[in-house]
Design a protein around this ligand. Structure first.
Ligand code: WTA
Length: 685
């Protein structure tokens, strides 16, 4: 179906996303699935009147219920302060500590519960079961090391570039204990990408690990720290100390040399801090807990700053009522802690509730697609959380694998991308054995926690739809003119949230103007207003709302590509390509992929007189991997004689996206160089 014929197609200006919208829009309306009665009988939230208690006229007082899930040293005076809109301040006057809430407060009742099950990728290595008691000891010792051996104090920033190991949550919680702001960079990102984030956050200390397992190989990771320090130095930023955890305590597993005076082996130094205890810092609710860098519309990733009180309250509440986590549950979120999902729903949410959280080191399909189900069976996992990309891969590689294992999930989550109804049904029938409720949760790095999802014991499930908003969240879909699109209109628009919520990020680190501009300016009713009603939050996704109130998310309206559920900026990839001297123009478009959802195709044109050559393609690919990481490696690099351009010289990404996705590019006669379209199409074939 062409764009024009589809009444529900979302038409945006930056049409790089058109294929995403098309794919989602063409899904049929699906039948409902009812939550299993066994699930409802034990669920934390079954009272549908919650939506009345959380209606907009009771905002913001209903968020008291969120804050009350935490322990406070000092109770807050004001739930929400809007005096510096849109820089919302939650639980003002309150004091708490995130580490105390995730560790210390569980010691009286759950001291011997497992807090973290660490599952190494090599299957012959022993799973570590770290109790809350042991977590308490290890976090305290490491906090003492950070404070006394590194001189870190509340408000300092520290960059972590750590793989999926138990030491990562230990490191985060030790920072939180001191009030130190952590900034964890996804371990798959390159040393250069890490260095950019080190200098932007002005971290004097970088914490890493020597090596980790990925797809059966022990990867050297320490070398990335050396690159990060060198790259940060180019920005004029000096790193004083690199702390290196050992993947195998007592043994250094990297060929990279240690730099004298800078590099410290954590496992050695920890011996000096054995048995030490550090009192949790009494932190203002409004202090920052962490930064999480994410891709946006411009080249440089932005550091989303999340608060201690609001963020922790939000992830704790949503973990309890949307994930349905009870302290006796064994919960496994297969995301990486290097992304927001891992921060909120591997570390902070589940641990704040005293549950057991699984940390798995490796890839889900290693050594085979039965691995996740073996882990689930062995550990008694009863809540499972992953992304459509992982589900698609597990389904492709082992469609019957789940039937071979005796795992039983009561609850399953999908997050990060739209999930195709067919894939949803495999998840439900085969992985979940029709026993589990499924929530499709829509949210973003900026949001702290879920925005849209069914409430698992209250709502029916509808494959492919994220569901209505969760209690307390009041979305609205605006068209480009700012008109509200009602439920059931069949039209797509820009999804916004009318009200602030405690999990919303506080600002972009060192860039408050961009914060206002990117998220609030578009539909702001009055820039001088201190009334939250005038400041709808622009999520940056296209969406349609069905007559039943369920939202279907169609994908980004800006220059962001969701590759396998990981956010990458097209501009970041293009900037990397432009570092290759032969390249004069670069354009990245998303291509639909059966497993990863989206992958980036990179179109480049070369300096006059240069011919396409494999050598140049290799250089471009290497540049992208160096600048960002292997995750951004283009699916195809297409060297074109010229970019399709408007008469004013703008690259028509829409045309390139159509070619890459084998769709009709539509009318190209108004281009400055329409003849190039066929030439490019031949190259892509
Ligand atoms: C997309 C991940 C459809 C969306 C938590 C959003 C989704 C971006 C869903 C944020 C979902 C996330 N259905 N699309 N359930 N969840 N997205 O910041 O485009 O890594 O804007 O946060 O992922 O990605 P981020």
């Amino acid at each position: 179906m062409s764009e024009e014929k589809s009444p529900r197609l979302y038409k945006n200006q930056q049409t790089a996303d058109i294929s995403e919208a098309q794919i989602a829009v063409h899904w049929q309306e699906e039948d409902y699935f009812a939550p299993p009665t066994r699930f409802i009988a034990q669920a934390n939230l079954t009272d549908a009147s919650i939506f009345e208690r959380f209606s907009l006229d009771k905002f913001p007082d209903y968020y008291k219920e969120f804050g009350d899930l935490l322990d406070w040293y000092k109770y807050w005076e004001k739930t929400l302060d809007t005096s510096n809109a849109p820089f919302w301040r939650w639980f003002v006057g309150g004091e708490l500590n995130a580490c105390h809430n995730c560790v210390d407060r569980h010691l009286s009742k759950h001291r011997n519960n497992t807090a973290i099950h660490f599952v190494p990728e090599p299957e012959h290595e022993t799973v570590q079961h770290i109790t809350y008691q042991e977590l308490f000891v290890r976090v305290n010792e490491f906090a003492a090391l950070l404070r006394d051996s590194c001189g870190l104090k509340a408000g300092d920033r520290v960059t972590l570039h750590m793989p999926m190991v138990a030491e990562l949550p230990i490191t985060m919680l030790a920072c939180a204990r001191l009030g130190v702001i952590h900034s964890q960079v996804f371990s798959g990102f390159s040393g250069k990408a890490c260095g950019d984030r080190v200098s932007d956050s002005e971290s004097r200390v970088l914490i890493t690990m020597d090596a980790y397992y990925r797809a059966g190989k022990l990867l050297d990771h320490k070398e990335k720290a050396d690159i990060a320090v060198t790259e940060a130095a180019k920005d004029g930023h000096k790193v004083d100390k690199v702390l290196i955890w050992q993947r195998y305590p007592g043994k250094y597993s990297s060929p990279a040399k240690l730099v004298e005076g800078r590099d410290i082996i954590v496992n050695d130094l920890l011996k000096q801090h054995r048995g030490e205890r550090v009192d949790p810092a009494h932190m203002p609710a409004e202090a920052a807990l962490f930064l999480m860098y994410t891709s946006g519309t411009t080249g440089r990733p932005k550091g989303c700053q999340h608060s201690i009180g609001g963020y922790l309250a939000y992830v704790t509440w949503t973990s309890k009522y949307i994930q349905d986590i009870h302290p006796e549950d064994v919960y496994w979120c297969m995301a990486d802690i290097g992304w927001i999902t891992g921060h909120s729903y591997i570390v902070y949410g589940p641990l704040a509730l005293g549950a057991s959280s699984v940390v798995y080191e490796g890839v889900p399909t290693y050594p085979d697609a039965g691995r996740p189900w073996r882990i689930a069976e062995e550990l008694g996992v009863n809540i499972f959380h992953t992304s459509p990309t992982a589900i698609r891969a597990l389904r492709r590689d082992g469609p019957d694998e789940p039937t071979k294992y005796s795992h039983h999930f009561k609850h399953m989550t999908t997050v990060g991308e739209p999930i195709e109804p067919e894939v949803w049904k495999w998840y439900y029938n085969v992985v979940g054995k029709t026993e589990a409720v499924i929530v499709d949760t829509w949210w973003q790095t900026e949001n702290g926690g879920f925005l849209c999802s069914t409430v698992p014991a209250i709502h029916q499930m509808k494959p492919g739809s994220a569901g209505p908003a969760i209690p307390g969240i009041h979305p609205v879909i605006y068209d480009d003119e700012g008109k509200e699109l009602p439920a059931g209109s069949g039209r797509a628009g820009n999804i916004c949230i009318r009200n602030p919520w405690p999990g919303i990020f506080q600002t972009i680190w060192k860039d408050p103007d961009r914060f206002v501009k990117q998220y609030y300016e578009r539909y702001c009713k009055n820039p001088k207003s201190k009334d939250w009603r005038d400041w709808p939050y622009l999520a940056g996704d296209g969406a349609v709302q069905a007559a039943d109130g369920y939202y279907r998310i169609l994908g980004r309206i800006d220059d962001v590509i969701n590759v396998a559920g990981h956010r990458l900026g097209t501009k970041e990839i293009e900037s990397a390509a432009l570092l290759v001297p032969e390249v004069v123009e670069a354009a990245v478009v998303p291509v639909a992929d059966p497993i990863k959802g989206k992958v980036p195709d990179l179109y480049v044109s070369l300096k006059l007189g240069l011919q396409a050559a494999q050598e140049i393609t290799d250089k471009i690919s290497a540049a992208v991997v160096f600048e960002i990481g292997a995750i951004a490696r283009p699916h195809q690099i297409i060297i074109v004689p010229d970019m399709p351009k408007t008469r004013s010289g703008k690259i028509m990404r829409r045309v390139l996206a159509a070619i890459s996705n084998h769709l009709d590019p539509g009318d190209v006669s108004t281009l400055a160089n329409p003849e190039v379209v066929d030439k490019i199409r031949d190259l892509v074939k």
